[in-house]
Each structure stands twice: as C-alpha cells, then as structure tokens.
Design a protein around this ligand. Sequence first.
Ligand SMILES: [Zn+2]
Length: 194
Amino acid sequence: MQSISCEACGQATPAYDIVNCGSMDSGYRQLCGRCFNAKVARLAGLQDFEHVSFEPIGMTDASGGTHDFHFRAHLFGAMIALDAFELRESHPAGYQFQAIGDPQDDLLALLGRLIEKMRRALAIRHVEDSALGLQVTDHRTVRARIDCDLDEDDRVPLVVIDGREVSWADFGRMVMAFEGWQFKLEFRDMSEEL
Ligand SMILES: [Zn+2]
C-alpha cells in the first residue's frame, strides 16, 4: 500500500489518511490523521479530544460478495467526520460511507452508527448483471455516489452503485430500460442516509 511519511511525527501513513495542511503563505505540510486532528483540536479548543484509529473490517453484501472497509477520522472545526471506504490502488473507491458526530462524544458510538448505516446499505442490491448488461433490480430504485470519470475528456459523472463503478453511458443504457416511465432524482451529502 502506498504510504507517505507524516511531516510532523514521521509515521509512515497510508496516502488516504494524509492531509495537506497549511496555507499559501506558510506553505503546506503533509500530516497524518492523528497529527492533523491534534492540530485542529488545539485550534478549536477541544482539550479532551482523543484520536482513535480503527482497524479495517470485512463486510458481506446482499450478493455474498465481501468488501474490506478502511476508516479515517478527521476533525473539521467542532465536528468529526468518520469515513469508511474500500481501496483500489491505495485510493478510496467502491462503497464509501460517512458519519458526522461531536468529537467530545464516544467515537466508538459514532463507529457503531456508521457500521449500522453500512449494513443497511450493503443489504440492498440495486443492480444486477443480465444478458443485456447491467440492469436495475426489481426494487426499481438506484442509490449511488457521484464520482468524476477521469477516463473521459469532458467532465462526465461516474456513478458508483453497489460499490461498482458504472460509466455514464452504461448508466444511460440501464435507464433506457424504463423508457416512457418517470423518475425522481434527489441529492444527499455523504453523511446523510439514502
Ligand atoms: Zn503524524
């Protein structure tokens, strides 16, 4: 796994847990999550904040597929965001989840909330393979995350459904199975439940 040395503590840290911290004037330093959080906690006056690192866990989806989730916890202002994600080539990809909480509260409780949310999401299968390619299951509902398709020259979405990357063109083909129907599109930020 790609790792970077934290410029404060020197710890070899996975790239996904490195934060570029600083400003144009003072310059930037690459800090591990622990050092970044210690700095933010100092600035925000959170004396009692204690950083916690969570070990990766494996979870099974509705099709029996296994997914390894990694975690990172980053303070922002007076809140803490706990992210869970899969990795592809050392970068967050596939299923990704977030829970936001109060950093003075028990972070294990926040982790518990996040894992419950992940369980609910993994229990639902939105798309399935068929002879005609990927198609929406009988639930007729798609929940997805919007990424940017870096393989395309234009700014084109890449949608991640059931942890699978689906190109905008393939998503369009899936939608055409419902030609003549109507649909509702809603947007939610990463910490919200879909
Ligand atoms: Zn560090």
